[in-house]
Structures are given as structure tokens and as C-alpha cells.
Design a protein around this ligand. Structure first.
Ligand SMILES: Cc1ncc(C[n+]2csc(CCOP(=O)(O)OP(=O)(O)O)c2C)c(N)n1
Ligand SMILES: [Mg+2]
Length: 568
């Protein structure tokens, strides 16, 4: 199989900055200030596709230490930047006006919904070109349309038209992304890229503080509730990861010996191998022992958890907020009291330091019984349950699991993830097509992690071409396609011909790229061989086309089905 040598990455072979190369200070222009600030926030990569309205800025990026990663589509660039942000702290995309930005709305909406700080930079027609209101290509309605669209799906936005305000606007938007962990939108007219600041500008500092009295009082109430409870439990959500508080959750659990679980969106926020870790709590979708243990609690400590329908097992979960401590970056509720101006990090750190002495609550028996060793039955036809049992055994701490939407996501809930940041999925916004481009972003975000991509055949058809980018950079994701010949989860809700899709030779995508290794898997024996070979193939991607029966479902989906049928 033809193999392309990976392109050298700028992150590893940094070019000198223009300042260092020329020996004199670079003038502070809007374009280079933006690039400097992206670096201040730790960004080494920007994903996107160029166009004439953004070419000047692309040239400037190319001249900087930041590496521009070309993708096959803008929405994929959005998914990649989202995953990069989840792994690395913040991500960025840079696209051309209209056609580029509008293609990306879905992935940026997902980043908004799931709290992932992505900086969207769009080129735009020059301010001077707009004077006679010309019908320039890529224009939709007027020159504000694109920014107005993005206003709805970002936490802050600005058009960098005026050099008097542009520098402050860059700082405001980047600070908002860092603070709220949501995307922001910056539109850069092409004739402003090299516009200089009319005055010497210093970045403004964004200092956030809790209201001290509200913080003290809320911590007192929380401590009293925990100390008076008999059966407390911690439910850790996605924000513990986004705000870098996973370690604090573990400290809290270890200090108080309160057992902890995570939500599906927050999966892997704490190590799933920790002795106090129960598993994923998601109503009827999770194992019965976990469900009973959590729902029997008289004090749930919900940390950075969003109570979404998926995380609540399609609302089969039973959480009584009147007996809970429920904090996110947006609100704090303890029993029926709401507190304002209490920062998530201050509260969680305060809880770790508080005088907490809850009674000891033993973990449910048999929770940690190790699964029996997976022994392949060479001629047995593949099932989802057996596929995931095998994958679970293969996971190690150098891998990141990236799950798409569909049964692969439900099935993935039962996988054991080692550290935090090692499970990435769009578990709330649930946009199909996320996983493959996200795996590219994740590997740029942390090249030490090898992605295990779990994706349905339907979702694979949406964004599989992005494997070409993985190949171009010498990345080595192992892509497992759950080929159940159509939209399985939709079949499960409502069968119809609209759930059928063409059955591609997924493993032969490697022929198209002249790169990668493909495997067709019908049996457990074939799976074993394919996984061994994929693991040994370290310099390119692998695709496993795993044939499953059309009506085969994961144990998690089966649990949900049984529970829902009991209620109907
Ligand atoms: C972009 C997008 N379009 C449509 C849907 C609706 N949808 C949810 S699951 C699903 C089927 C997924 O099929 P596949 O990827 O093959 O996974 P499976 O359900 O078969 O496990 C569809 C169409 C969606 N979530 N996202
Ligand atoms: Mg399918």
C-alpha cells in the first residue's frame, strides 16, 4: 500500500516569529495581534479552508508559528477545532466569507451546546469595497448577515472593521471563549488585516471573582447537607473537564470517600479505573446496580452536569434537585435555594477544603468484578456487544476514544476509560459525522493519543473523506465502522425505507486515498486479526468494516428499550 510521508508539523518545528527573523518589532496590526493572542491562549493550530476574502490573513498565519491545517470541508474543520479545544483547551477555525462560515454553522452550534471554546475567524469583504453596496460573491443579504447568524450560536462576536475598537474586541471575544467555554466569532474584513493600531494597545485583563458572602453561605449550606446525609453520591459532568476540575472531583471523592459517577457527556472526566468510580449514570440506559445506587441517594452532588435528555437516559433518570447540590458555570442550586455570582471553580475548590464528614457509604457489591477475559470464538458472527467487549480490553492510556452518534455512542458508555480527556463525543448535540474530523483535531491537540474512532455506517458516509487529512499528517486512527446497513437507532424508533442506506465497501476507502489499511470483518476471528494488524500499523489509519445484523443493538440500547417498553 502506498504510504505518504507525514508533513512536517510546525508545532514540532517552529519557525521563528517575524519579529525574531527581522530583528525589529512587527507593527501591531489587527491580523498579527489576533495571531499573537491566539498563541497567548496556547493555540498551535488553526483548521480551515482558504478563500479570497481571507487569503491575506492566511498568508499572515503561514508566516507565524501557528500551523494552518487544511480540511476537506468547513463543517469538518469546525468538528476538528471543537475536538482540539476539548483536548487542548481552546481551538480555532479560519474560513472564507459566507460559503465557509455558513457551512460551519452546525459544528459550531454543537460546540456551543456542549461548551467547547472554538474561535471562529471569518474573512470578509473589505470595508472600503462595501461603499457602493456591490453584489460581491458569497454575499447573502447584506454585509451583516453572516455575523448576525453567528451571533446566535456563539457567546460573543465582533466585526473587526474599526482599528479604534478592533484590538479590544479581539480581547473581549477571546476572554469570553475562555470564560464561558463556548465559541466566539470574529469577522476580519480583508482590507483590515494589515491595519495598524492608532495607539499603543495593551491587552486587557479579564478577572472574575465570586461574591464572597454568596460563596461562603453556599459552601456552608452544602457542607451541612452533605454531613447530614446518609447516602451521598457525586455525579461529575462535562464542565469538570472543560474547567480543568477533574482533579478536584477526585480530591473531593478521596477526602470524603463519597463514591462518584459521571454522565455520558462527561464520560472520562475522572479516571474510570478509580476505586471510588461507579460508572456512567444515565437513567434506564445504565446498569441497574448503578441506577439504584444513585437514585437511592439522599444527597446528589452534581458538579458541572447538564441535565440533557441523553444524559438522563431519555428522561428515565430520577434526580431530585430538592435533595441535591447542583452547580454549573451558569447556576448554583442547593436544595431549593439559588445562589448568584458563585464561580464553579471557587465552589468546587471550596467544597474540597470544607469540613466534610459524611457517613461511609460502601460501593454496591460486584460492581468491580473484572469482566472475564475476552476469548474470541473464531467463527461466531460479530455482534455489537462482543465488539465492544473486545474494544474494552484493547484500550490503554495512550488512546482517545472518539464516538459518533448512533448505537456506537450508547455502546461506548460501557467502555472503561483510563484518564480524563480520553473520551470525546457529541453526546448532547448529537450531530452525526463528528467523529472522523474530531479525531484529526484530537490528534493535533495531543499527538501522543491514538484515536479509536467508533462510527456507524451512516455517520461514516457523512465525513469519511476527512481520513485523507489524517493520512496527510501521518496520523493513525483506528476507525471501527459499525456496519448495520443503515440508520439503526432510527430503525429502533420507527422502521421505514428511509433508514436504508447503500452498503459501501467501507474498508476500501484506502484505495481511494492510496493510503491506510482496510479490513472487512464478519466474524470474531476476523476482528481479532484486524485489530492486531491495525494496532501494529502505526504510521497510517486503519478502517475496520464490521458487519453487524441489521437488528443487532448494544446492551445499553437494549436496556433502554426494555425499560421504555415497561412504561408503555
Ligand atoms: C447530522 C445529523 N443528521 C441526522 C441525524 C438523525 N440521526 C440520529 S441517529 C441516526 C442514524 C445513525 O446511523 P448510523 O451512523 O449508521 O448509526 P446507527 O444508528 O446505525 O448505529 C440519524 C440519521 C443526526 N443525529 N445528525
Ligand atoms: Mg448504521
Amino acid at each position: 500500500m502506498a504510504k505518504k510521508s507525514p508533513r512536517p508539523s510546525k508545532a514540532t518545528s517552529r519557525k521563528p516569529t517575524r519579529k525574531a527573523a527581522s530583528g525589529k518589532a512587527t507593527p501591531q496590526t489587527i491580523g498579527n495581534y489576533l495571531i499573537q493572542r491566539l498563541q497567548d491562549y496556547g493555540l498551535h493550530h488553526v483548521f480551515g479552508i482558504p478563500g479570497d476574502f481571507v487569503l491575506q490573513f492566511y498568508a499572515m498565519l503561514d508566516d507565524s508559528p501557528i500551523e494552518v491545517v487544511g480540511m476537506t470541508r468547513e463543517d469538518n474543520a469546525g468538528f476538528a477545532a471543537d475536538a482540539y479545544a476539548r483536548v487542548h483547551g481552546m481551538g480555532a477555525v479560519c474560513v472564507t466569507y459566507g460559503v465557509g462560515g455558513l457551512s460551519m454553522c452546525n459544528s459550531i452550534a454543537g460546540a456551543y451546546a456542549e461548551k467547547s471554546p472554538v474561535i471562529v475567524i471569518s474573512g470578509a469583504p473589505g470595508v472600503d469595497e462595501r461603499r457602493s453596496n456591490p453584489l460581491l460573491h458569497h454575499r447573502v443579504r447584506d454585509f451583516n448577515t453572516l455575523r448576525e447568524v453567528f451571533e446566535k450560536i456563539t457567546v460573543a462576536s465582533a466585526s473587526l472593521e474599526d482599528p479604534l475598537t478592533a484590538f479590544r474586541e479581539i480581547d473581549r471575544c477571546l476572554a469570553a471563549a475562555a470564560r464561558y467555554k463556548r465559541p466566539v466569532y470574529l469577522e476580519l474584513p480583508r482590507d483590515r488585516v494589515r491595519t495598524e493600531c492608532p495607539y499603543p494597545y495593551q491587552p486587557a485583563e479579564d478577572k472574575q471573582q465570586s461574591d464572597r458572602d454568596a460563596l461562603r453561605e453556599s459552601l456552608e449550606e452544602a457542607a451541612t447537607l452533605i454531613n447530614n446525609s446518609q447516602r451521598p453520591v457525586i455525579i461529575a459532568g462535562v464542565e469538570m473537564h472543560r474547567f480543568g476540575l477533574g482533579g478536584e472531583v477526585i480530591k473531593l471523592a478521596e477526602k470524603t470517600q463519597i463514591p462518584m459517577c459521571a454522565t455520558l457527556l462527561g464520560k472520562s472526566v475522572v479516571s474510570e479505573k478509580h476505586p471510588l468510580y461507579l460508572g456512567i449514570y444515565e437513567g434506564a440506559m445504565c446498569r441497574d446496580t448503578i441506577r439504584k445506587y444513585v437514585e437511592d441517594s439522599d444527597c446528589m452532588i452534581l458538579l458541572g452536569t447538564f441535565l440533557t435528555d441523553i444524559d438522563l437516559g431519555i428522561y428515565t433518570a430520577n434526580i431530585d434537585l430538592g435533595r441535591s447540590i447542583y452547580i454549573t458555570s451558569e447556576s448554583l442550586q442547593i436544595q431549593h435555594h439559588f445562589y448568584q455570582d458563585v464561580l464553579l471553580s471557587d465552589f468546587v475548590r471550596g467544597l474540597v477544603k470544607a469540613d466534610l464528614k459524611p457517613p461511609h457509604r460502601p460501593l454496591p457489591p460486584n460492581l468491580k468484578t473484572p469482566l472475564p477475559k475476552f476469548v474470541p470464538k473464531p467463527d461466531a458472527m460479530m455482534t455489537t456487544a462482543r465488539l465492544f467487549a473486545r474494544i474494552n480490553e484493547m484500550l490503554d492510556e495512550n488512546m482517545v476514544v472518539v464516538a459518533d452518534v448512533g448505537d456506537c455512542l450508547f455502546a461506548a458508555a460501557d467502555l472503561s476509560i483510563y484518564r480524563h480527556t480520553e473520551f470525546i463525543s457529541p453526546a448532547y448535540y448529537t450531530s452525526m459525522g463528528f467523529a472522523i474530523p474530531a479525531s484529526v483535531g484530537a490528534q493535533f491537540g495531543n499527538p501522543k493519543l491514538r484515536p479509536i474512532v467508533l462510527v456507524g455506517d451512516g455517520a461514516f458516509q457523512m465525513t469519511c473523506l476527512e481520513l485523507s487529512t489524517a493520512a496527510a499528517h501521518g496520523f493513525n486512527p483506528i476507525v471501527v465502522v459499525l456496519n448495520n446497513k443503515g440508520y439503526g437507532t432510527e430503525r429502533f424508533l420507527h422502521e421505514g425505507p428511509f433508514n436504508d442506506i447503500p452498503n459501501w465497501h467501507y474498508h476500501r476507502i484506502c484505495d481511494l486515498f492510496g493510503n491506510g489499511v482496510g479490513f472487512e470483518v464478519h466474524t470474531e476471528g476476523a476482528l481479532e486479526e484486524a485489530l492486531q494488524r491495525a494496532l501494529a500499523t502505526e504510521n497510517t489509519f486503519s478502517v475496520l468494516n464490521v458487519h453487524l445484523r441489521q437488528d443487532d443493538i448494544s446492551p445499553a440500547l437494549d436496556r433502554l428499550a426494555k425499560n421504555l417498553s415497561k412504561r408503555i
